[in-house]
Design a protein around this ligand. Structure first.
Ligand SMILES: Nc1nc2c(c(=O)[nH]1)N[C@H]1C(S)=C(S)[C@@H](COP(=O)(O)O)O[C@H]1N2
Ligand SMILES: [Mo]
Length: 328
């Protein structure tokens, strides 16, 4: 796996050019009016879709979807993104990710564990990688079908050996400067700090332990048989297919075990709109729109949204006896 990892162009840029480019970006950020003009220009002239350049890690893309649904195209999956650290414009993420460095990369696993541990991305890529074709439903009302590559989160949890009092798992996205695990990572473009995002960073998420251990819950390292494109949360992100997309936190650098429900970015930001559970539920409308239907990217018209995004048979049991209108 991943032996032929391609050298990113940013790695072969000589240091002087690289630093120059950085100060150029900084200077640009100060010129407010120039930035605003740029934004208007980009709005009127949307960038062409980006081609994906991450290395192939297997022959996964020929796989047939076990769902009756067609796969969403690689082009749509990699050019229509929510990744607020870069941009709140879904088509504006892909053009900004070129300088995002994902090597070295480590995930710190800590909190209520026998022994806090750093896992290098190389070690995580040595865990057996599987393809999982999942529906993906964003709380905004659009959806995709994505052939992920990755491994069940439970495999990492088993290695981490959480203490019996651990009841929740908290996740954190990389956000500039030193990775909390100790690796010195250069900041991404804009320092991966989009001051216009309107949400606090670092982005954080959480799951109950039984949700985290569920066999459908994935740590994804790629899609369409390639290493994870930066815009989709390189080098490793969470995928929880029965929950709204914002639970599937990208570019994870820390996983902590806790005994209390951990804070999550969107439920902190707007608690009346987004909850901790956020299971896909056509019967519980968002305060500002219905969740009964969705727009499948690449299709015309709308489809009905399925309870638990179609994974009810597998996961409904996790919520037995809970009022899902209250625990939204
Ligand atoms: N760190 C981080 N993770 C994130 C987000 C984000 O803005 N930052 N957006 C979330 C939302 S709202 C969605 S719908 C999915 C989008 O994933 P995709 O771009 O790979 O389709 O990522 C989720 N994970
Ligand atoms: Mo989303």
């Amino acid at each position: 796996m991943a032996e032929d990892t391609k050298i990113r162009s940013s790695e072969i840029t000589d240091e002087a050019t690289y630093l120059n480019r950085r100060s150029f970006i900084k200077a640009g950020a100060l010129a407010g009016s120039a930035v605003a003009t740029g934004a208007l220009y980009r709005y009127l002239n949307p960038p062409p879709p980006r081609e994906v350049s991450t290395a192939k890690i297997g022959d996964f893309s020929e796989a047939e979807s076990p769902l009756s649904d067609e796969l969403t195209s690689l082009q749509d999956i990699t050019n229509y993104n929510n990744f607020y650290e870069f941009s709140t414009d879904k088509r504006g993420v892909a053009p900004l990710v070129d300088d995002f460095e994902v090597r070295p990369w480590t995930i710190a696993v800590d909190g209520l564990v026998e022994q806090p541990t750093l896992f290098g991305i190389e070690d995580l890529l040595k865990i057996d990688q599987e393809e999982r074709i999942y529906r993906f439903r964003c709380v905004e009302g659009w959806s995709m079908v994505i052939p992920w590559v990755g491994f069940p989160l439970s495999k990492l949890i088993e290695k981490a050996k959480p203490l019996s009092k651990a009841r929740y798992v908290a996740f954190q996205t990389y956000y500039g400067g030193a990775n909390p695990s100790g690796a010195q990572l250069p900041p991404g473009p804009n320092g991966m700090g989009n001051i216009f995002a309107g949400i606090p960073f670092p982005y954080v998420e959480g799951l109950r332990m039984d949700e985290a251990m569920h066999p459908l819950t994935l740590l994804a390292t790629g899609l369409y048989g390639r290493l994870m494109p930066a815009q989709n949360g390189a080098p490793i992100r969470l995928v929880v297919p029965w929950k709204y997309g914002f639970k599937s936190i990208k570019s994870v650098v820390r996983i902590s075990f806790t005994d209390e429900e951990p804070p999550t970015t969107w439920s902190k930001q707007a608690p009346n709109e987004y909850g901790f559970y956020s299971n896909v539920n056509p019967d519980v409308p968002h305060p500002r729109w219905s969740q009964a239907t969705e727009r499948r990217i690449g299709e015309y018209g709308r489809r009905e949204t399925l309870p638990f995004n179609g994974y009810g048979e597998e996961v409904a049991g996790l919520y037995k006896g809970m009022d899902l209108k209250r625990y939204y």
